[in-house]
Design a protein around this ligand. Structure first.
Ligand SMILES: C[S@@+](CC[C@H](N)C(=O)[O-])C[C@H]1O[C@@H](n2cnc3c(N)ncnc32)[C@H](O)[C@@H]1O
Length: 294
Protein backbone atom coordinates (compact mmCIF):
# COMPACT_ATOMS: atom_id res chain seq x y z
CA UNK A 1 0.00 0.00 0.00
CA UNK A 2 1.09 3.55 -0.93
CA UNK A 3 2.38 5.66 2.00
CA UNK A 4 2.50 2.93 4.64
CA UNK A 5 6.14 2.50 5.48
CA UNK A 6 8.32 2.87 8.51
CA UNK A 7 11.97 3.61 8.04
CA UNK A 8 13.09 4.56 11.54
CA UNK A 9 12.43 3.39 15.07
CA UNK A 10 11.81 6.92 16.36
CA UNK A 11 8.68 6.00 18.27
CA UNK A 12 7.93 9.31 19.96
CA UNK A 13 4.58 10.69 18.80
CA UNK A 14 1.37 11.94 20.32
CA UNK A 15 -1.30 9.40 21.26
CA UNK A 16 -5.11 9.51 21.15
CA UNK A 17 -5.64 9.48 24.92
CA UNK A 18 -9.46 9.65 24.70
CA UNK A 19 -9.73 6.58 22.45
CA UNK A 20 -7.06 4.76 24.49
CA UNK A 21 -9.06 4.95 27.71
CA UNK A 22 -12.20 3.44 26.12
CA UNK A 23 -10.48 0.26 24.91
CA UNK A 24 -10.54 -3.15 26.65
CA UNK A 25 -6.89 -2.82 27.63
CA UNK A 26 -5.04 -5.82 29.08
CA UNK A 27 -2.69 -3.07 30.28
CA UNK A 28 -4.93 -2.71 33.32
CA UNK A 29 -3.97 -6.20 34.50
CA UNK A 30 -0.33 -5.63 33.54
CA UNK A 31 -0.39 -2.44 35.63
CA UNK A 32 -1.82 -4.30 38.63
CA UNK A 33 0.94 -6.88 38.36
CA UNK A 34 3.56 -4.11 38.38
CA UNK A 35 2.00 -2.23 41.30
CA UNK A 36 1.69 -5.51 43.27
CA UNK A 37 5.48 -5.91 43.09
CA UNK A 38 6.35 -2.43 44.37
CA UNK A 39 7.93 -2.31 47.77
CA UNK A 40 7.27 1.28 48.92
CA UNK A 41 7.57 3.31 52.12
CA UNK A 42 5.69 6.54 52.94
CA UNK A 43 7.61 9.50 51.50
CA UNK A 44 9.23 7.47 48.70
CA UNK A 45 9.80 9.25 45.39
CA UNK A 46 8.34 7.12 42.61
CA UNK A 47 8.54 7.56 38.83
CA UNK A 48 5.88 6.15 36.48
CA UNK A 49 7.91 5.96 33.25
CA UNK A 50 5.57 6.15 30.23
CA UNK A 51 2.56 6.83 32.47
CA UNK A 52 0.02 7.20 29.63
CA UNK A 53 -3.32 8.43 30.97
CA UNK A 54 -2.34 7.80 34.61
CA UNK A 55 -4.35 4.63 35.28
CA UNK A 56 -1.52 2.81 37.12
CA UNK A 57 -0.42 6.03 38.79
CA UNK A 58 -3.94 6.27 40.26
CA UNK A 59 -3.69 2.69 41.51
CA UNK A 60 -0.30 3.18 43.14
CA UNK A 61 -1.54 6.37 44.84
CA UNK A 62 -4.63 4.54 46.09
CA UNK A 63 -2.40 1.88 47.68
CA UNK A 64 0.36 4.25 48.81
CA UNK A 65 -1.16 7.72 49.34
CA UNK A 66 1.97 9.07 51.07
CA UNK A 67 4.43 8.69 48.21
CA UNK A 68 5.68 11.48 45.90
CA UNK A 69 4.77 10.38 42.41
CA UNK A 70 6.15 11.77 39.14
CA UNK A 71 4.34 10.85 35.92
CA UNK A 72 6.61 10.93 32.86
CA UNK A 73 5.51 10.61 29.24
CA UNK A 74 6.58 11.94 25.85
CA UNK A 75 3.02 12.36 24.58
CA UNK A 76 1.37 15.69 25.49
CA UNK A 77 -2.15 14.19 25.15
CA UNK A 78 -1.36 11.25 27.42
CA UNK A 79 0.26 13.52 29.99
CA UNK A 80 -2.71 15.91 29.87
CA UNK A 81 -5.08 12.98 30.49
CA UNK A 82 -2.94 11.86 33.44
CA UNK A 83 -3.07 15.39 34.85
CA UNK A 84 -6.87 15.47 34.44
CA UNK A 85 -7.12 12.19 36.31
CA UNK A 86 -4.67 12.89 39.15
CA UNK A 87 -4.43 16.67 39.48
CA UNK A 88 -2.05 17.79 42.22
CA UNK A 89 -1.58 14.29 43.60
CA UNK A 90 1.36 13.86 41.18
CA UNK A 91 4.06 15.86 39.38
CA UNK A 92 4.30 15.68 35.58
CA UNK A 93 7.32 15.49 33.31
CA UNK A 94 7.24 15.56 29.53
CA UNK A 95 10.43 13.76 28.56
CA UNK A 96 11.75 11.04 26.31
CA UNK A 97 12.82 7.75 27.87
CA UNK A 98 16.20 6.61 26.58
CA UNK A 99 17.53 10.15 26.64
CA UNK A 100 19.17 11.58 29.78
CA UNK A 101 16.39 12.77 32.08
CA UNK A 102 16.14 16.37 33.27
CA UNK A 103 17.63 16.85 36.75
CA UNK A 104 15.33 15.19 39.26
CA UNK A 105 15.82 14.13 42.85
CA UNK A 106 16.88 10.48 42.86
CA UNK A 107 13.89 8.15 42.76
CA UNK A 108 13.31 5.37 45.32
CA UNK A 109 11.37 3.35 42.75
CA UNK A 110 10.59 3.35 39.03
CA UNK A 111 7.51 1.61 37.66
CA UNK A 112 6.59 1.23 34.01
CA UNK A 113 3.78 -0.47 32.11
CA UNK A 114 3.72 -1.14 28.35
CA UNK A 115 6.19 1.62 27.49
CA UNK A 116 9.79 0.32 27.32
CA UNK A 117 9.34 -1.56 24.00
CA UNK A 118 8.69 1.82 22.35
CA UNK A 119 12.24 2.88 23.31
CA UNK A 120 14.66 1.58 20.67
CA UNK A 121 17.84 1.61 22.79
CA UNK A 122 17.42 -0.35 26.03
CA UNK A 123 21.08 0.13 27.01
CA UNK A 124 20.50 3.89 27.03
CA UNK A 125 17.07 3.43 28.64
CA UNK A 126 18.39 1.50 31.64
CA UNK A 127 21.50 3.70 32.00
CA UNK A 128 19.45 6.91 32.11
CA UNK A 129 16.96 5.41 34.57
CA UNK A 130 19.80 4.14 36.80
CA UNK A 131 21.27 7.64 36.85
CA UNK A 132 17.93 8.99 38.17
CA UNK A 133 17.62 6.35 40.95
CA UNK A 134 19.25 6.08 44.36
CA UNK A 135 21.38 2.99 45.10
CA UNK A 136 19.01 0.21 46.19
CA UNK A 137 16.00 1.76 44.39
CA UNK A 138 13.53 -0.65 42.83
CA UNK A 139 12.68 -1.00 39.12
CA UNK A 140 9.46 -2.87 38.30
CA UNK A 141 8.38 -2.95 34.67
CA UNK A 142 6.21 -4.64 32.11
CA UNK A 143 6.68 -4.26 28.36
CA UNK A 144 6.46 -6.22 25.13
CA UNK A 145 9.03 -9.00 24.93
CA UNK A 146 10.67 -11.28 22.40
CA UNK A 147 8.18 -12.86 19.96
CA UNK A 148 5.38 -10.39 20.65
CA UNK A 149 3.08 -9.33 17.77
CA UNK A 150 4.16 -11.98 15.26
CA UNK A 151 0.60 -12.10 13.88
CA UNK A 152 0.34 -8.32 13.61
CA UNK A 153 3.84 -7.90 12.17
CA UNK A 154 3.17 -10.57 9.52
CA UNK A 155 -0.01 -8.73 8.54
CA UNK A 156 1.86 -5.41 8.34
CA UNK A 157 4.54 -7.04 6.16
CA UNK A 158 1.80 -8.43 3.87
CA UNK A 159 0.28 -4.97 3.46
CA UNK A 160 3.47 -2.92 3.15
CA UNK A 161 5.73 -5.48 1.44
CA UNK A 162 8.38 -4.60 4.06
CA UNK A 163 9.63 -6.54 7.09
CA UNK A 164 10.16 -3.76 9.61
CA UNK A 165 9.77 -4.20 13.34
CA UNK A 166 9.50 -0.80 15.01
CA UNK A 167 9.56 -2.14 18.56
CA UNK A 168 12.32 -3.37 20.84
CA UNK A 169 10.89 -6.71 21.96
CA UNK A 170 13.85 -7.95 23.99
CA UNK A 171 14.39 -11.42 25.43
CA UNK A 172 15.03 -12.17 29.09
CA UNK A 173 18.74 -13.04 28.77
CA UNK A 174 19.59 -9.88 26.82
CA UNK A 175 17.57 -7.78 29.24
CA UNK A 176 19.34 -9.24 32.27
CA UNK A 177 22.73 -8.38 30.82
CA UNK A 178 21.60 -4.88 29.79
CA UNK A 179 20.32 -4.31 33.33
CA UNK A 180 23.60 -5.45 34.89
CA UNK A 181 25.58 -3.28 32.50
CA UNK A 182 23.50 -0.26 33.52
CA UNK A 183 24.04 -0.92 37.23
CA UNK A 184 20.99 -2.96 38.24
CA UNK A 185 20.76 -6.25 40.09
CA UNK A 186 17.99 -8.20 38.31
CA UNK A 187 15.72 -10.19 40.63
CA UNK A 188 13.14 -11.48 38.14
CA UNK A 189 13.23 -11.13 34.34
CA UNK A 190 10.67 -13.28 32.57
CA UNK A 191 8.56 -13.59 29.43
CA UNK A 192 4.83 -14.27 29.83
CA UNK A 193 2.45 -14.86 26.85
CA UNK A 194 -0.89 -13.07 27.16
CA UNK A 195 -3.03 -13.30 23.98
CA UNK A 196 -5.85 -10.81 23.41
CA UNK A 197 -8.65 -11.93 21.06
CA UNK A 198 -10.89 -9.19 19.62
CA UNK A 199 -13.63 -10.73 17.44
CA UNK A 200 -15.44 -7.45 16.77
CA UNK A 201 -13.77 -6.05 13.59
CA UNK A 202 -14.56 -2.40 14.45
CA UNK A 203 -13.09 -2.79 17.91
CA UNK A 204 -10.02 -4.58 16.57
CA UNK A 205 -9.43 -1.76 14.07
CA UNK A 206 -9.76 0.90 16.75
CA UNK A 207 -7.41 -1.08 18.99
CA UNK A 208 -4.84 -1.45 16.19
CA UNK A 209 -5.05 2.25 15.29
CA UNK A 210 -4.83 3.52 18.87
CA UNK A 211 -2.44 1.11 20.57
CA UNK A 212 -0.33 -0.62 17.90
CA UNK A 213 -0.01 1.23 14.60
CA UNK A 214 0.64 4.84 15.68
CA UNK A 215 4.20 4.80 14.30
CA UNK A 216 2.87 3.92 10.83
CA UNK A 217 -0.17 6.19 10.84
CA UNK A 218 1.65 9.38 11.73
CA UNK A 219 3.54 9.26 8.43
CA UNK A 220 0.36 9.16 6.32
CA UNK A 221 -1.01 12.27 4.70
CA UNK A 222 -4.76 11.67 5.13
CA UNK A 223 -7.22 10.06 7.51
CA UNK A 224 -8.70 8.09 4.59
CA UNK A 225 -5.31 6.49 3.97
CA UNK A 226 -4.89 5.69 7.66
CA UNK A 227 -8.33 4.09 7.85
CA UNK A 228 -7.58 2.01 4.75
CA UNK A 229 -4.21 0.90 6.14
CA UNK A 230 -5.69 -0.20 9.47
CA UNK A 231 -8.43 -2.17 7.64
CA UNK A 232 -5.90 -3.88 5.38
CA UNK A 233 -3.77 -4.88 8.35
CA UNK A 234 -6.84 -6.25 10.17
CA UNK A 235 -7.90 -8.27 7.11
CA UNK A 236 -4.36 -9.63 6.66
CA UNK A 237 -4.15 -10.92 10.25
CA UNK A 238 -4.22 -14.75 10.40
CA UNK A 239 -6.58 -14.48 13.42
CA UNK A 240 -8.13 -11.55 15.28
CA UNK A 241 -5.53 -11.92 18.02
CA UNK A 242 -3.04 -9.43 19.41
CA UNK A 243 -0.33 -11.88 20.38
CA UNK A 244 1.14 -10.19 23.40
CA UNK A 245 4.20 -11.65 25.14
CA UNK A 246 5.11 -9.62 28.19
CA UNK A 247 8.64 -9.03 29.45
CA UNK A 248 8.38 -8.56 33.22
CA UNK A 249 11.28 -7.11 35.20
CA UNK A 250 11.92 -6.70 38.91
CA UNK A 251 15.38 -5.30 39.70
CA UNK A 252 17.24 -3.07 42.14
CA UNK A 253 19.72 -0.35 41.38
CA UNK A 254 23.01 -1.79 42.63
CA UNK A 255 24.39 -0.25 45.82
CA UNK A 256 27.73 0.41 44.13
CA UNK A 257 27.98 0.89 40.42
CA UNK A 258 29.48 3.43 38.10
CA UNK A 259 26.91 4.23 35.39
CA UNK A 260 28.92 7.03 33.83
CA UNK A 261 30.41 4.82 31.09
CA UNK A 262 27.02 3.59 29.87
CA UNK A 263 25.59 7.09 30.25
CA UNK A 264 28.40 8.48 28.14
CA UNK A 265 27.52 5.86 25.49
CA UNK A 266 23.90 6.94 25.62
CA UNK A 267 24.73 10.63 25.52
CA UNK A 268 27.06 10.19 22.57
CA UNK A 269 24.29 8.50 20.63
CA UNK A 270 21.94 11.42 21.20
CA UNK A 271 24.51 14.24 21.18
CA UNK A 272 23.69 15.24 24.77
CA UNK A 273 25.83 15.86 27.81
CA UNK A 274 25.41 13.63 30.84
CA UNK A 275 24.80 16.52 33.21
CA UNK A 276 21.07 16.09 32.84
CA UNK A 277 20.14 19.67 33.68
CA UNK A 278 19.58 21.53 30.44
CA UNK A 279 18.10 18.90 28.19
CA UNK A 280 15.18 19.94 26.01
CA UNK A 281 11.97 17.97 26.41
CA UNK A 282 9.96 17.56 23.21
CA UNK A 283 7.87 20.61 22.42
CA UNK A 284 4.25 20.15 21.35
CA UNK A 285 5.34 20.87 17.75
CA UNK A 286 7.97 18.09 17.81
CA UNK A 287 5.44 15.39 18.48
CA UNK A 288 3.43 14.21 15.49
CA UNK A 289 -0.34 13.91 15.87
CA UNK A 290 -2.22 10.67 15.41
CA UNK A 291 -5.83 11.17 14.32
CA UNK A 292 -8.84 9.98 16.26
CA UNK A 293 -10.41 6.70 15.14
CA UNK A 294 -14.03 6.15 16.06
C1 LIG B 1 0.85 1.65 25.42
S1 LIG B 1 1.07 3.19 26.22
C2 LIG B 1 1.13 2.68 27.92
C3 LIG B 1 0.66 3.77 28.84
C4 LIG B 1 0.38 3.34 30.27
N1 LIG B 1 1.60 3.01 30.98
C5 LIG B 1 -0.59 2.20 30.27
O1 LIG B 1 -0.21 1.07 30.62
O2 LIG B 1 -1.76 2.42 29.90
C6 LIG B 1 2.75 3.62 25.90
C7 LIG B 1 3.12 4.96 26.47
O3 LIG B 1 4.52 5.11 26.37
C8 LIG B 1 4.79 6.44 25.96
N2 LIG B 1 6.10 6.46 25.31
C9 LIG B 1 6.48 5.79 24.21
N3 LIG B 1 7.77 6.03 23.95
C10 LIG B 1 8.20 6.89 24.90
C11 LIG B 1 9.44 7.51 25.18
N4 LIG B 1 10.54 7.28 24.45
N5 LIG B 1 9.52 8.34 26.24
C12 LIG B 1 8.45 8.57 27.02
N6 LIG B 1 7.25 8.01 26.81
C13 LIG B 1 7.13 7.17 25.77
C14 LIG B 1 3.66 6.79 25.02
O4 LIG B 1 3.53 8.18 24.83
C15 LIG B 1 2.49 6.14 25.71
O5 LIG B 1 1.87 6.99 26.64
Amino acid sequence: MGGASLTTRDNVFDWDAASYDTLPLPHEEWGRRVVDQLDLEPGDRVLDAGCGTGRDAALVLERHPDIHLTCLDASPSMLAAARDRLGERAAYLQATLGMPLPAVPPFDAVMSVAAFHWVPDHVALFATLAEAMRPGAQLVSDCGGSGQLRIVNAAIADVTGQEVDPWEFADATTTRSRLVRAGFEPQRVELRPDLLRLDDPALLERYLATVILGGYLRGMPSTAEQVRFVREVRLAMAEPVIDYIRLEVVARRAMRHQTRATLADAAARFGHTTGGVDLPTPRRDDVADVPTFS
